[in-house]
Design a binder for this molecule. Structure first.
Ligand SMILES: O=C(O)CCC(=O)C(=O)O
Length: 313
């Protein structure tokens, strides 16, 4: 954790984390050592506003119904919002919408925003593909996500999974910013996970048995537009939005090297597990060596379960 606290950079977060204005060798070295790096202005203020404005259209159902729950068990459409429901109350119904980039032009543009792609090519390599986006809205009282590693859920063969989490509001401890365990990616171990019923968290599982305590965690308080670029093995979590009013919106996009197959979904019938390769991907930089396979359109936007809605329905 030597250079986690800051001398050379132009700016720092309230917790003393370095905020990089440019993607340079120091950005890459910081990412390698700590498992994350912060990029100022990943999205411009106009781009942030456009994503937020379009989130309302998404939640009002202008792009089609959203189902509640994980794709394996979602059953119910939730975009039956009465037309007279206020914009604020429409947004409040959602903790997080998965795959906004499938329908929302500003979310799709954010997936390949130039500064984001710069950071990705610096830490992943010249050829980068995206497989997932998530739009967190998280109004007051909505829960966070317990400790986890993204690579637990999205396995890449070459460990190249990289998240770019972009604040769409100023993210603070009070409104439920992300917390990270610096350096926790380095062992390259996937820790076990169990169900939890902690009211601070949504329905997702909790990683355990790792050699860190909550005291090692650092809050990532960042201004809107800042990108937290982090390694798929980095342990991170967020707490509930304990503010009295308002949202803690963020886009969390996931990427990996285009060279690696992505065994994210069970193989097709008669397909061999070892060559399973999820092809609902977007190439954001360079070339796709598997372009000859084509791409598919499988994932549909849906509303992530939170405990208010019941985790199992
Ligand atoms: O935004 C949050 O509160 C949690 C996001 C997260 O854990 C993730 O993107 O993996």
């Amino acid at each position: 954790m030597t250079d986690l606290l800051t001398p050379r950079t132009t700016s720092t977060t309230p917790a003393g984390l370095r905020l990089f204005d440019v993607v340079d060798e120091e950005f890459v070295a910081h990412y390698a050592e700590h498992g994350f790096a912060l990029l100022a202005g990943a999205l411009t203020p106009d781009e942030v506003d456009a994503v937020n404005a379009d989130a309302l259209r998404l939640c009002r159902g202008d792009y089609g119904d959203l189902s509640y729950g994980w794709p394996t068990d979602q059953s119910e459409a939730v975009t039956d919002a009465p037309a007279d429901l206020s914009d604020e109350d429409v947004l409040r119904r959602y903790l997080c919408v998965h795959y906004p980039h499938k329908v929302s032009p500003p979310a799709r543009a954010a997936l390949e925003a130039p500064r984001v792609v710069d950071a990705l090519t610096a830490v992943v390599g010249p050829n980068v593909k995206a497989m997932q986006s998530m739009l967190f809205i998280k109004s007051e009282g909505k829960p966070g996500q317990a400790w986890h590693q993204d690579e637990f859920f999205i396995p890449t063969r070459d460990r190249s999974l990289t998240a770019v989490w972009i604040a769409l509001d100023d993210a603070t401890v009070e409104n439920g910013c992300l917390w990270v365990l610096p350096g926790s990616h380095r062992r390259g171990v996937i820790y076990p996970a169990k169900d939890q019923d902690d009211p601070r968290f949504d329905c997702s599982t909790e990683a355990y048995d790792f050699p860190y305590t909550d005291d090692d965690a650092v809050p990532v308080e960042i201004p809107a537009g800042t990108g937290l670029v982090f390694n798929g093995y980095l342990l991170h979590r967020s707490l509930e939005n304990s503010g009295r009013h308002g949202y803690r919106r963020a886009l969390a996009n996931h990427y990996m090297s285009a060279e690696s197959l992505l065994p994210w979904r069970p193989p097709a019938k008669d397909e061999w597990m070892a060559i399973a390769d999820y092809r609902d991907v977007v190439l954001v930089a360079g070339e796709d060596p598997y372009g000859y396979k084509g791409t598919v359109d499988l994932a549909k936007p849906f509303s992530r379960p939170d405990k208010d809605g019941g985790c199992d329905r």
